[in-house]
Design a protein around this ligand. Structure first.
Ligand code: CDP
Length: 323
């Protein structure tokens, strides 16, 4: 009956499967870059971030920090009457920093940022991802077993220090150090370590620089000031109080150094559409492990912003099969 139909209209609004259906169909419609919007984004952001540029300052280098400087940790928020937590730069840290950032002065044509969602499984996106000029990856996702779906090219790969603690026993023993070295040897270029997010991670994180000195890929230290600048930017835009996720931060960096940006594996939902119409099936939060959803980020808001960026031609999100 009519009343049944109209009631259903409202039921659809609250229906999770319906939401995924709309998102996925929206992302499958033909996409065009919008260079005017891209330029507008860049010039507005550059104006705000005049002192810190993504290409030079997203990591600590010999140029942008010196011995005895105070680094402010990026993930704490100001509490009235209390000083912010800081770290005094040591000579040892300086010795472990590169001369310049790998992105210094770079401008890439096509970039891919690979998030860790289970939506990548069976996507066959590996080839497309590897055709990029520069590939960003998150949290040392293993490469070889997911070659077809996520690709192998890895120019910059992030590693949360908690991974060094959990997977490599804080590098306490020789065997931990060698399995750490082996694990990161699968990546092409640089590993990005946020050593100055929260204080409890710093010691282990800096230890990894000491034990791994001079090997390939390089270990680079995230610049907490740049992360905070980006975080503050989004907070001022009604983002919420949760810290930005690694993937979202990388997208922000990519917007400054890449002409064309493709996102894969950004899908903070526990299901995706089946090829058969109207059906959904469950997917894991990560494509490579059984981690349960973490609630310390505002993933829903981030996804909404990324959708808008897609809509306005700043980047293209992929949420389905690539072939
Ligand atoms: O370090 P973090 O916990 O933020 O990241 P992760 O769980 O290792 O995943 C890497 C990035 O992929 C996240 O920071 C998100 O931006 C994105 N992601 C997503 O969009 N949807 C998922 N289901 C999982 C991750």
């Amino acid at each position: 009956s009519n009343s049944h139909f109209t009631r259903n209209l409202w039921n659809f609004v609250a229906n999770e499967a319906e939401k995924l259906f709309l998102y996925q169909h929206f992302l499958e419609t033909p996409w065009k870059p919008n260079t005017t919007n891209q330029q507008m984004w860049r010039s507005e952001w550059n104006e705000l971030a005049s002192n810190l540029t993504a290409d030079k300052d997203f990591i600590l280098t010999q140029q942008n920090v010196k011995e005895n400087d105070s680094l402010t940790y990026s993930l704490y928020r100001k509490v009235k009457g209390k000083p912010m937590k800081q770290f005094k730069v040591t000579k040892k840290l300086m010795d472990n920093l590169p001369n310049a950032s790998p992105l210094d002065g770079s401008h890439f044509g096509r970039c891919s940022v690979v998030g860790n969602s289970g939506i990548l499984l069976d996507s066959d996106c590996g080839k497309q991802i590897d055709q990029s000029d520069y590939v960003f990856r998150c949290n040392t996702a293993p490469l070889e077993p997911f070659r077809c779906d996520a690709g192998m090219k890895s120019n910059l790969t992030t590693m949360n220090p908690s991974i060094i603690e959990r997977r490599f026993n804080c590098l306490k023993k020789e065997e931990n150090i060698s399995s750490f070295a082996k694990a990161i040897s699968q990546y092409n270029d640089d590993i990005w370590l946020p050593c100055f997010g929260i204080q409890s991670h710093t010691q282990t994180c800096l230890k990894s620089l000491d034990v791994y000195e001079g090997l390939n890929p390089r270990l680079l230290v995230a610049n907490p000031a740049h992360f905070r600048l980006v975080w503050d930017f989004w907070r001022e835009r009604k983002f919420g109080t949760e810290p930005l996720s690694t993937g979202f931060y990388l997208v922000h960096v990519a917007l400054s150094v890449c002409e064309e940006i493709h996102l894969y594996g950004f899908w903070p939902f526990s299901a995706q559409l089946d090829p058969s119409p109207g059906q959904v099936h469950d997917i894991p939060y990560h494509y490579f492990d059984n981690l349960k959803v973490t609630k310390n980020h505002n993933m829903n808001k981030e996804f909404q912003i990324l959708l808008q960026m897609h809509k306005h031609g700043l980047l293209q999100m992929h949420a389905g099969k690539c072939s």
